[in-house]
Design a protein around this ligand. Sequence first.
Ligand code: TEU
Ligand code: CA
Length: 536
Amino acid sequence: MEDKFLWWKDGIIYQIYPRSFSDSNQDGIGDLPGITARLDYLHDLGVDAIWLSPVYPSPQADFGYDVSNYVDIDPVFGSLKDYDNLIRAAHKRKIRVIMDLVLNHTSDEHPWFIESRKSRDNPYRDWYIWRDPSPRGHEPNNWYSIFGGKAWKFDPATGQYYLHLFHEKQPDLNWRNPKVQKAILAVLKFWLDRGTDGFRLDVFNAYFKHPDLPDNPSTKWGLRGYERQDHIYDGDQPEMIPVLQQFRKLMDRYAERYSVGETFYATPEKAAFYSGDDRLHAAFNFTMLESKWDSQSYLKAIKEWDRVAGKMVWPNYVLNNHDNPRTVTRWKDNEDDRRAKLAATMLLTLRGTPFLYYGEEIGMRDIKLKRSDIMDPPGKKYWPFYKGRDGCRSPMQWDDSSQAGFTTGRPWLPVHHNHKTRNVVAQSKNEHSILNVYRKLIDLRRRSIALQRGDFALINQSNPNCLVYQRKHTKQCMLVALNFSQRPQIVKLDLAGSDKWVEIFSTHTLQKAPDSLSTLKLESSQAAIFELQTAK
Ligand code: TEU
Ligand code: CA
């Protein structure tokens, strides 16, 4: 029983940024019918679940992360009927659907906020965080918005400020109000009843703020005011736990549902703290988004997360998402895919749920935009020091046609010019493409109990350019060898001489399997997987 396949633990989750995946009605914006039309592609790729960035009605001030109605679909993405169709078609292919719930804040155009701002005694006033100006007529405290400027917006109609940790069009909900909690639970129930398999909870650990809203200490240097403070009062408050317990109790009434929290200012410890049997199923640890391209930096991220997660928490690994430059752009690798293939091998052989971000499997790169074309609010604010997140959100590259098969209209963000050669159709035909590497690795993981459930065991060896580890399960043992350097490397392994290893995957031409792995020669950027055949 213990080994029974559990989709969110043993499977692979694929994040879709719906605006940019596939446009069914040629208005230049991706939509739900567009996603439904691509399900066979996702099924062939081998993913077990898709997570949709928000598709609720929204003024799109933060491209859907500003929700004006939690229980409907924005017409730009389709309708509830389209959503039901997507669920049905996905389930038919054993693909689960995860919705993104943005519950720290709503849009200022949400009816709750429209009411709230009307008067100080409006029944919805207390659904948001309103405060009088300071005695000297300034903001109520020193908190900053992550998107720039202070976290408080003065509303002349009622002479008070409201709190917004993000855009001023994203007022923070008052989670201390039981009515808010009740309304949100009804939202979860609405989607669960529709067959939604799970939720990704946007910045969940910011829901509660300290009741007295004290100033945060300013201790550091950073580009944004927000980065200069220690966030001890505007997040991670103890009241978070009972709320997660309520969420979990509700979800446990349904079969095999899943919740993953976007840990705000994540550390492995924080992510582990919020996960568990009576909390979230999982919480993100984003260490790898910060890792430098060297084996030791990744090793540190893996070792720490594996140790902190232990047996009680199920880890996860993320190389790309919609808030950060794509890996290959971070590594400045132009059109070379060798590192990306190595990274894929690592991602898909670690102990923990792998998350892919659309286009990662074809090695998409960020687009570059002129200042006047920037869409993302923090990019507009901090240009040229920070250019925003549009770069990693460009349209999916399906084929070599003029808009990459994403749309025949005018796409909301430009298609990367490399789509002429870097696209799904072209890569499908090339056995050695990064897409086929992803397919092979996903297939391998699906069939391997060791890669799904095995313990992570680092192999000590003295070559610092390489990372070698095993995934050990009572029924199977795999060994993964990764050469992060651009030169061939020799790795000396102290493994039992009687063990026979067979190479089952390699980014380079498969070698004749060595009888023992005591000396392993790895080509530049090579990644290889071996399976233990006979243990004595
Ligand atoms: O992001 C949380 C977050 O603050 C960062 O990832 C942020 O996007 C980055 O620092 C920008 O400068 C979540 C969502 O993932 C993000 O897309 C939303 O914009 C944000 O919450 C607000 O809902
Ligand atoms: Ca569309």
